[in-house]
Design a protein around this ligand. Sequence first.
Ligand SMILES: Nc1ncnc2c1ncn2[C@@H]1O[C@H](COP(=O)(O)OP(=O)(O)OP(=O)(O)O)[C@@H](O)[C@H]1O
Ligand SMILES: [Mg+2]
Length: 326
Amino acid sequence: MSVLLDVSGLERRFAGARGMGDMIARRPRPVVHALSGVSLQVQDGETLGIVGESGCGKSTLARCMVRLIEPDAGRIVFDGQDVLALDGPARRGFNRAVQMVFQDPYASLNPRKTVHATLAEALRVHRIVPEAGIAARVLELLDLVQLPASAAGRHPHEFSGGQRQRIGIARALSVQPRLIIADEPVSALDVSVQAQIVNLFMDLQRRLGLTLVFITHDLRLVRHMAHRVAVMYLGRVVETGPVAEIFAAPRHPYTQALLRAVPQMTPRELRGEPAVSGELPSPLAPPPGCAFHPRCPVAEARCARELPALERRGGGWPVACLRAGG
Ligand SMILES: Nc1ncnc2c1ncn2[C@@H]1O[C@H](COP(=O)(O)OP(=O)(O)OP(=O)(O)O)[C@@H](O)[C@H]1O
Ligand SMILES: [Mg+2]
């Protein structure tokens, strides 16, 4: 398999909100370290799951990868091209090849436009089919996401959440992308509907040969549908590799803690150990060394000083823990 998207050393900071205390003391705006050197690879044709607690930088990473926002540092290579240097027609080509699906399709669909108008617009902007072929292509897209042809004449508010997500997916598919980045695409949906949308993603991927990045809080979804997984903690990837192997024998203490929080997925050797407690530290002041060390059950003194690189440490896949494979 070849690498389709290669992200390395991605950094992104935001200006944080200033509290009253900051203003009185005339402190400068705090800085949120949303991404602190993220590296990951997406293989052509695979589903990569990205997991991690709220605020660890998953959406910021997704937005950087589709260039909705620019990173402060790092490199993104898509299909051999340096994405951050693209402009003109090459940038438009990239904008077409990489599509994003959002958690709330309602917010990203124009409420005044019919489904036909929304899909037709995407087809026209990128000149996917000649004008005479647009109506037929819209019907094909609806069929692809298992919506009836009658959906074309209706507006977003006439659909359920699951149906709206199908429209969001149809719009992403309309421009024939190679990569879809889906940011929590089912977390706003009822559990029964979640399964249908997840199965739709899996079906589309197989039929169209799509590559998929699937961001979720739900480790069960990752196990169900992803080939590989990247586990994020406070703006970094701490472990990445094949889903089956990592779920059977997680190597980073944070991955172990995440799995322990989902009892039916806990490997036998981890059961009975205390779960990791404590709050996610603030990205305003990430801990020095390994950012997980204040919550880590096996941290040593050096973990508070040394930043562990994400590398193969005697095991089969990269892990950012000084104690792994040691
Ligand atoms: N535009 C912004 N301005 C200021 N801070 C931001 C902005 N976007 C994100 N952040 C901050 O960056 C950090 C990472 O946010 P991000 O939305 O990427 O996390 P996430 O992993 O997607 O979380 P969730 O699981 O809740 O969606 C958070 O502390 C967030 O408050
Ligand atoms: Mg998010």
